[in-house]
Design a protein around this ligand. Structure first.
Ligand code: SAJ
Length: 404
């Protein structure tokens, strides 16, 4: 198999993958739909924040092994890493996958390998096979070597993507044994982790279940926090005590679950089999409700202050600690709800230099100007805040950052 790789989608997964492969002796063409992203990458720069990524991109571009473009070209391996959001009815929106598939189908040749890394509902890889067949039946004629199609879900943790790309085990599920073998050989040639074979539907569901498992466990922690609050029990003390049990490991409650993974993927499972995914669906609803629950607690606190002039300092706005990513951020939802209710707020997000249309204050200034200190995200910067500086403040610590 040749060493030309075409990667469709240069986001949080596509770009690190393109950069990593371009430094692993592959000739990589990265495709995106935004000219400014293409231009930035060809200048050796990046449009996302990920530790260590810019260096790897620079090396790839400088070596001539990494190039970005709007247009696909014939390659030997095609990796689809485009977003798979859900629509207002919580159903998978596969428009970007379909557009990527139709783009590459024009340049596919027999023996090419197509890998879908995007997170997709069960059965999508087989549906893609049928899409390719309907446009290019020639690729499936007996005279030609077949094309190979597999799903290989990513499982890298944003903030540690480069290392996890190299070291994580990967699951590969082909539409047939030959496709699985081709994809296994490809990944085995570039990563340190183990490459484990399965079929495409199992690979699709494995990814969804990984994230559903985490979402359900976070929902349990969030429900525990709401129970503790209603019973007047300290959440963090209770979880600390329960986790001393050798087989109990309750996760951290927070303002809800954000990001484009855990807040999305479980809904693909619910869509595939609604009657059998009651717990997964309920966990999603608990995590979504937690965000509103936090907002209501803040309102109650303000009302208890007899409507004196109150300023609520929102500490942490990104979707998770030590991240700058605001996508699906529950902290941002709470911040916006407070603003929409006409409450004076202050935004403090140490991982951002600016926030569209809003002023960001640094931690010390935000503390000074706030009546209520609302810790929404447990950034490391907040752990250095002294008890002294909070002495005459009302503190609502949603994420337990002051308890670690
Ligand atoms: N969160 C909590 N409490 C916790 C842990 C997390 O409230 O104890 C919240 C976070 O604040 C955040 C959300 O959950 O809002 C998700 O954070 P996360 O730490 O679970 O990580 P993600 O979404 O950035 O990455 C997850 C990872 N999946 C698993 O850990 C099973 C990652 O490995 C996946 O590759 C990624 O989803 C993905 O892209 O699917």
């Amino acid at each position: 198999m040749g060493n030309k790789v075409c990667i469709m989608g240069l986001g949080y997964i596509g770009l690190p993958t393109a950069a990593f492969l371009s430094n692993s002796n592959f000739e990589v063409l990265g495709i995106d739909v935004k000219q400014e992203i293409v231009d930035k990458i060809n200048d050796g720069q990046i449009h996302i924040v990920e530790p260590g990524l810019e260096e790897v991109v620079k090396q790839g571009v400088k070596s001539g092994n990494l190039r970005a473009s709007l247009e696909v070209s014939p390659s030997d391996i095609f990796i689809i890493a485009v977003p798979t959001p859900f629509d207002e009815k919580k159903r998978a929106n596969l428009r970007f996958v379909d557009e990527a598939v139709l783009s590459i189908t024009k340049v596919l040749k027999p023996s090419d390998l197509v890998i879908i890394e995007s997170t997709i509902p069960v059965g999508t890889t087989e549906r893609v096979r049928d899409m390719i067949h309907s446009v290019r039946p020639d690729l499936f004629s007996v005279e030609n070597e077949q094309i190979y199609l597999a799903h290989c879900p990513e499982r890298v943790l944003p903030g540690n993507i480069i290392q996890e790309l190299i070291n994580n085990d990967r699951i590969v599920g082909g539409i047939d044994a030959e496709s699985t073998e081709k994809a296994v050989n490809f990944y085995s040639s570039v990563i340190q982790g183990q490459v484990i074979k399965t079929n495409s539907k199992t690979a699709e569901l494995t990814k969804l279940i990984e994230n559903s498992f985490r979402d359900t466990n976070i929902a349990f922690a969030n429900e525990v926090s709401m129970i503790c609050e209603s019973l007047g029990i300290d959440t963090w003390e209770l979880i600390g005590l329960a986790n001393r049990h050798p087989r109990v490991d309750i996760l951290n409650p927070g303002p809800g679950v954000g990001g484009h993974c855990l807040a999305v993927d479980p809904w693909f499972v619910v869509e595939s089999c609604p009657d059998s995914s009651v717990l997964i669906k309920t966990a999603r609803e608990v995590n979504e409700e937690k965000t509103n629950w936090v907002y209501q607690r803040v309102l109650e606190k303000i009302q208890s202050l007899d409507n004196q002039e109150v300023t609520v300092g929102c500490f942490g706005l990104s979707y998770k600690q030590n991240s700058d990513d605001l996508r699906e951020s529950p902290a941002m939802k709470i911040y916006n709800l407070l603003n929409d209710a006409g409450i004076n707020t202050i935004a403090c997000e140490p991982n951002l230099d600016s926030l569209e249309g809003d002023t960001l204050l640094d931690t010390n200034e935000a503390i000074k100007q706030s009546t209520i200190i609302l810790f929404l995200v447990g950034h490391d910067e907040f752990r250095d805040i002294s008890e002294e500086s909070l002495r005459d403040k009302i503190v609502i610590d949603v994420c337990g950052v002051m308890r670690r």
